[in-house]
Ligand binder design. Structure first.
Ligand SMILES: Nc1nc2c(c(=O)[nH]1)N[C@H]1C(S)=C(S)[C@@H](COP(=O)(O)OP(=O)(O)OC[C@H]3O[C@@H](n4cnc5c(=O)[nH]c(N)nc54)[C@H](O)[C@@H]3O)O[C@H]1N2
Ligand SMILES: Nc1nc2c(c(=O)[nH]1)N[C@H]1C(S)=C(S)[C@@H](COP(=O)(O)OP(=O)(O)OC[C@H]3O[C@@H](n4cnc5c(=O)[nH]c(N)nc54)[C@H](O)[C@@H]3O)O[C@H]1N2
Ligand code: SF4
Ligand SMILES: [Mo]
Length: 726
């Protein structure tokens, strides 16, 4: 029977009593969705909605964004500063003055005893740009340690390094609007529908209007792979070989854009010589994609009027992460696909402000993509800050992944962690635990006091979260967007900016930079420092950003809005203006499955959770859909080992072991398992994390494990529950 239209029950949206909507930008992933938080008459955040006129999300939000107003009242928040003198002694609440005095005096004591660089600072991709810039000023201009880095080394470092090697600078050249113009899209190691659902929606919208081929390169049959026209289940860690083989076919069959190569690139001869070795037959034996498919994909990509590649962690988190990015850039340079609508190399960024930290935090250099290695850049910043330029080191210090082993060797004695949780997110956490225990002094600055890493700290500084503060994030497509202050910081927590400013006051220096009180004043410094540079913010103000729902850089003073694409004139950031074509030879150095450890262990994310679950593990509507540490395992492999669906299995690697629930699925091949990394005491107890030589990013996605059914299922269940922490 057909239901009469009049009989349908209309959907009722509960009236939450919102009296005011405040403009913000989502604080989870780098898509950069504009949203509004609804406040009730007592000023309590009760609802979230997407902003209709926003270019990025056009009113849409994903499941994490929709519940973001619940974040302010989650359990485990840090209410007061905490202090303890020795391990295993319980924390005592203390005043801000006590916590900050202790932190400043310990930093100074360690630096006086062991040298300036014996104290390390590790930050994040998740605080505001104005906060990053201030932390950079404090670190580089006042404290003066060179071992200062961010968790972006676990995330985007390979993209940064690859862009720099090819184009002479960091900075993603494309934008989401490229989906509307492209004639072929290749996605490598990106699970866009789950990890960037609104970017995926933008792609889907483009496909509904106009069909173009989608090629997905991923060893796992992700949701993205299932909707692709061509899925290439590449052998883990061998994407560079596939990219070289695609270039081989293109050059061999004369499908390249020779005019573009001649006008805009250098070093073509060495590159062409190297890829000659990567014929489709030999390459197929390494990368696992048959020769016909390699030829077919190469022709499809090269013959498209415009073609683009997007990628995320399947490329970056590899021992060939930086080479993988360069390989993608090589492919787009030889086909003339940079800086034109629908033709680009677009890294899909991870955290909400991973871009902001790259631009302004001074982690790998100085603000505004300036280099410590350049005397001119050092002088510009020293003059602007009013300090002595000799205070700056002449080259960047260690990356996060080198800072931690330097604790083992005694080089690093103290550490300040800001908005990152290495006890869950770093590879080989049994080793990380020992390192943290060895520190003379650890200060953790986080929104949550129950974050795992805080178990090892001497001082805990409780930070305000996201829209309890205000400032900007930059998204994947270089769009700067604004978060307005929606509500007061929880209890006695304080904005990160305030914490940095208070610490700055506690260091005595002859010449010291000025630290403005408000984030909007800090933004004025960014505008001034960026004027005339590639990442020009000078045409932006906070109000203008809100009015336009985000503005892309470059946006020069006087410009109505920002620029959609970089390198549209084919001029790159190297001195000769040409992009580099770089030969990439492949050395297989991964830990690969063998008789003892017969499975590849792949790891990544699920849609409901964000990272180490400090936020999403406490939001009921998200956590209930994915409450348990689990692994995807192929049913045929499970049958051979007698492992059952829904049971608990024990995984062992050369580093440690973990207990997970078994989910049987054909999404993974018989020789691979996939485990979400969100849970404590789980996948990173097993991972190896070999480092990329350029970016120092860990190969989280490739190592070997063995699997057995847990003998005592009840005991395994207890272990599994313990891994959830919350
Ligand atoms: N829901 C949710 N969204 C998020 C996040 C989150 O935690 N939760 N985190 C954000 C952050 S910081 C990041 S960095 C992004 C990450 O976003 P993605 O990189 O898209 O997510 P991952 O699941 O880490 O990995 C993507 C894919 O890489 C594949 N892969 C593994 N090994 C290889 C390989 O050798 N080659 C290739 N080609 N592919 C391989 C995996 O099978 C996996 O499907 O997501 C962001 N968005
Ligand atoms: N096996 C495996 N491991 C991985 C990955 C993988 O794919 N596989 N992916 C890696 C990647 S791409 C990433 S990005 C990292 C992420 O690793 P982490 O950065 O360690 O993970 P998060 O859980 O995001 O930690 C951020 C912390 O900052 C806190 N926080 C949030 N907002 C604020 C704020 O405004 N101020 C302050 N002070 N604190 C705040 C949160 O509570 C949380 O504790 O994990 C990496 N680890
Ligand atoms: S897609 Fe990313 S930015 Fe947009 S609502 Fe979801 S988590 Fe937030
Ligand atoms: Mo990330």
């Amino acid at each position: 029977m057909l239901f009469g239209r009049g009989k349908k029950n209309p959907i009722k949206i509960a009236d939450k009593g919102v009296v005011d909507w405040r403009y913000t930008t989502c604080g989870y992933c780098s898509t950069g969705c504009s949203m509004e938080i609804g406040l009730d008459k007592s000023g309590i955040p009760v609802a979230t909605r997407g902003v209709g006129g926003a270019d990025v999300n056009q009113g849409k939000l994903c499941t994490k964004g929709i519940f973001e107003h619940e974040l302010f009242r989650t359990d485990g928040r840090g209410a007061q500063p905490l202090i303890r003198d020795r391990y295993y002694e319980s924390f005592q609440e203390c005043s801000w003055d006590t916590a900050l005095d202790k932190t400043a005096s310990e930093i100074q004591r360690i630096q006086d005893t062991w040298g300036r660089d014996s104290f390390a600072i590790v930050s994040t991709g998740q605080i505001m740009t104005e906060e990053f810039y201030t932390l950079g000023k404090l670190t580089r201009g006042v404290i003066g340690t060179n071992h200062y880095d961010g968790n972006t080394t676990l995330c985007m470092a390979s993209a940064v390094s690859g862009y720099k090697r090819s184009f002479g600078s960091d900075g993603p050249p494309g934008c989401y609007d490229d989906f509307e113009h492209t004639e072929c899209l290749m996605a490598i190691g990106s699970n866009l529908p789950e990890q960037h659902p609104i970017i995926f929606w933008r792609l889907h919208e483009a496909l509904e209007k106009r069909k173009f081929p989608i090629i997905v390169v991923d060893p796992r049959v992700t949701m993205f792979a299932q909707m692709a026209d061509i899925h290439l289940p590449v052998t883990p860690g061998t994407d560079v070989v596939l990219l070289n083989a695609l270039a081989h076919v293109i050059l061999d069959e004369g499908l390249e854009d020779r005019a573009y190569i001649d006008a805009h690139t250098s070093d073509a001869a060495a590159f062409e010589k190297l890829v000659e070795q990567y014929d489709p037959i030999s390459s197929s034996r390494i990368c696992g994609i048959d020769e016909d498919t390699i030829r077919h994909v190469a022709r499809t990509y090269a013959r498209a009027g415009s073609a683009m590649t997007i990628w995320t962690m399947g490329i970056n988190q590899s021992t060939h992460g930086s080479d993988g990015v360069v390989g993608i850039n090589n492919l787009n340079l030889i086909t003339g696909n940079i800086g034109k609508p629908g033709g680009t190399s677009l890294s899909i960024t991870g955290q909400c402000n991973a871009m902001g930290t790259r631009e302004w935090s001074s982690c790998s250099g100085l603000p505004g993509y300036r280099k410590l290695e350049s005397a001119e850049d050092r002088k510009q910043i020293a003059d602007f800050w009013g300090i002595d330029e000799d205070f700056f080191p002449r080259e960047r210090g260690m990356f996060q992944t080198d800072i931690f082993p330097a604790i083992e060797s005694g080089q690093i004695k103290g550490m300040w962690l800001i908005a990152t949780n290495p006890m869950t997110s770093m590879p080989n956490t049994p080793r990380i635990r020992k390192m943290l225990e060895k520190l003379e002094f650890l200060v953790v600055q986080d929104v949550y006091r129950d974050v795992e890493t805080n178990e090892y700290s001497h001082v805990f500084l409780p930070a305000a979260v996201w829209a309890e503060k205000e400032g900007c994030f930059t998204n994947t497509e270089r769009r700067v967007n604004l978060t307005r202050n929606v509500c007061e910081p929880y209890a006695n927590s304080k904005p990160d900016l305030w914490i940095f400013n208070q610490l700055a006051k506690r260091f005595k220096r002859d010449r010291k930079p000025h630290f403005p009180n408000t984030a909007e004043e800090v933004f004025e410094e960014l505008r001034a420092l960026s004027k005339g540079r590639m990442l020009d913010y000078s045409g932006m103000t906070w109000d203008k950003i809100e009015q336009q729902r985000g503005i892309q850089w470059p946006c020069t003073d006087g410009d109505e809005s920002g620029a959609a694409r970089l390198y549209t004139d084919g001029q790159f950031q190297w001195d000769d203006g040409r992009a580099r074509l770089i030969p990439l030879s492949f050395v297989d150095n991964n830990e690969t499955p063998d008789e003892d450890y017969p499975f590849w262990m792949n790891s990544g994310r699920v849609v409901e959770h964000f990272h180490t679950r400090t936020k999403t593990g406490k939001i009921g509507n998200l956590n209930k859909f994915s409450p348990t540490p689990y692994m995807e395992m192929n049913p045929d492999a499970a049958r051979e080992l007698g492992v059952e669906h829904g049971s608990y299995a024990r995984l062992t690697s050369r580093r440690g072991d973990a207990v997970v629930m078994v989910q049987l699925t054909h999404r993974v091949a018989p020789n691979m398992v996939f485990i979400p990394f969100h849970f404590h005491e789980c996948v990173n107890r097993l991972s190896l994390g070999l480092l990329d030589p350029y970016s120092r990013q860990p190969a989280f996605k490739q190592c070997a494990v063995k699997i057995e059914m847990a003998v005592d299922q009840d005991a395994a269940a207890v272990t599994n529950v313990a891994a959830r922490t919350y």
